[in-house]
Design a protein around this ligand. Structure first.
Ligand SMILES: [Zn+2]
Length: 516
């Protein structure tokens, strides 16, 4: 009997305060990135955090009998541990930064010192009832605010997300379904156009381009992306139109990010019996698509889990090191290689398919050398444009080789000749990274993207050499499905940061870059 009582008392004395301070940083990070994330991504990290906290709490309760003391110590610990990135950001820009001490190695020591001192005072305090009560109330308030803002965001997103109607879909003749070509849309992020590579990187990409041409690809020598970052570019390609025509009057961030799911391209093809096969890029908006028929994902570490790790002190354990065999960069490498392998296999799936694969290479982080060997270089340790260029070029050469074997496999295995689009969302950004101001020359590097299209049945003859991304699927739907889509005027917009665009009139103030 006394044993049971003891057991009961033990659980009664376990503090639940640390759970509040473990859950809050997770919710906080989610709310602040909500437009690029999906609610499903929340469950795994949330359960993992709660699970770990409970273990810590039970263990500490054995040594510290006062549940208020152990509760406060653990709350402080998890708050510091999980919100490390936020605290660092808070300190950046202040006078401490001028002293040059906002660096991880100093902050770690500072954090340990602070935590040690605070724990010491908590242990020595005689009455913590009021303090504990205060932190309990504050924890509840913080979580409530996060949940309310998540709920509000979900509600208003649902309200806004009426699927845009299609125009010019033309007659649908499903009797042809079996002969519809598979369509591959492969996006090697920030892959540059040949002339950029030559001029700025002193690299001749002839080998890859000649390989593609020999296989029957058209490689556009005057390709340009309409927008200069991923979130602005990919959705407009997938919706075959400019933002001016895709956005409501008053613009929210998720108006941009939402357009990637259930896009016009996906709807058009869906109506014709296509399955959408979605390869999870592991990066923001291209890491989920609830409207796809088949998803491939090699990792349980989703984009949100990655953000939590990078924002917390966990990064110390799993970015440069391995923690029980787990390393974040290895996960990224695994995902990229997995997706490349999947691209070689999906043609075996029955029926016409739209295959979407955004590959975050040659874009940083630097993960591969030119032969696919592991590279482990931190952003902070890249100090010159030469070093950056070498690393970047290595990734470009790596992905070119990989895409060559992907192309070989797709062409060899497809029963009906497929349509293959290898098109970057924008060009590279070497120049702008090393200059203080974003000049016109920087912009030109950024707008010259890579476009190579495999267009069977002689349609390649009709392809304009100066096509921009927004016209890619218009061209395909017009020429392969007789859809009533004409090519839009090629326009190049120079704005970069979508979060600054608040109203549709902001889109009008953007100057167009004259074509050279
Ligand atoms: Zn990009």
């Amino acid at each position: 009997m006394t044993r049971i009582l003891k057991f009961k008392n033990f659980f009664k004395n376990i503090p639940y305060l640390p759970s509040l301070y473990g859950i809050f940083p997770v919710l906080f990070l989610f709310v602040h990135n909500i437009s690029e994330l999906q609610y499903e991504m929340l469950w795994l990290p949330l359960f993992a955090v709660i699970f770990v906290i409970l273990i810590f709490t039970v263990v500490l309760s054995i040594f510290v009998q006062d549940y208020r003391k152990s509760g406060l110590i653990l709350s402080l610990f998890f708050m510091l541990f999980l919100s490390y990135g936020n605290f660092k950001e808070l300190l950046l820009g202040g006078w401490l930064e001028d002293l040059g001490i906002i660096r991880d190695k100093y902050l770690y020591s500072l954090g340990i010192l602070f935590f040690g001192l605070a724990s010491y005072f908590i242990m020595r305090a005689s009455d913590l009832k009021t303090v504990y009560g205060f932190f309990k109330t504050m924890g509840c308030v913080l979580i409530t605010i996060s949940l309310v803002s998540m709920g509000f965001s979900a509600y208003s997103t649902n309200k806004r997300n009426n699927v845009s109607s299609l125009d010019g879909t033309g007659q649908i003749d499903l009797s042809q379904k079996q002969n519809f070509p598979d369509i591959y849309y492969i996006i090697p992020d920030s892959y540059g156009r040949a002339d950029t590579l030559k001029e700025l990187y002193n690299y001749d990409n002839g080998e890859f381009i000649n390989f593609l041409k020999k296989k029957g690809f058209s490689v556009l020598s005057d390709s340009n992306s309409n927008y200069q970052n991923t979130i602005l570019s990919i959705p407009t390609t997938l919706n075959m139109d400019y933002w001016d025509n895709l956005l409501p009057e008053t613009i929210r961030e998720d108006d941009f990010t939402n357009k990637i799911q259930n896009s016009r391209v996906q709807q058009f093809l869906g109506e014709r019996g296509y399955k959408t096969i979605f390869l999870n890029s592991g990066y923001g908006i291209t890491s989920f698509n609830k409207y796809s028929h088949l998803k491939f994902d090699p990792s349980y570490i989703n984009d949100f889990s990655t953000r939590i790790i990078e924002n917390s002190l966990l990064k110390y354990f799993v970015i440069k090191r391995q923690f029980f065999g787990f390393n974040l960069k290895n996960e990224e490498r695994k995902r990229i290689l997995y997706n490349l392998e999947k691209l070689k296999e999906v043609s075996e799936i029955d029926g016409p398919k739209f295959v979407f694969s955004h590959i975050n290479v040659p874009h940083s982080p630097f993960l591969f050398d030119r032969n696919g060997g592991e590279v482990d270089v931190d952003w902070a340790s890249v100090t010159s444009s030469e070093q950056y260029n070498d690393l970047w070029l290595d990734q470009l050469i790596f992905i070119s080789k990989q895409l060559s074997s992907v192309v070989e496999a797709i062409l060899a295995k497809s029963k009906t000749p497929p349509i293959i689009i290898i098109q970057s969302d924008h060009g590279p950004d070497m120049m702008s990274l090393w200059s203080d101001e974003f000049s016109e020359a920087d912009m030109r590097e950024r707008i010259k993207n890579f476009s190579a299209l495999y267009l069977p049945n002689g349609k390649d003859q009709l392809l304009p050499d100066n096509m921009t991304n927004v016209n890619t699927f218009r061209f395909i739907f017009k020429n392969y499905f007789n859809a009533d889509y004409s090519l839009l005027e090629n326009k190049i917009y120079t704005y970069y940061d979508y979060s600054l665009i608040k109203h549709r009139s902001d889109l009008k103030n953007i100057k167009l870059v004259p074509r050279n």
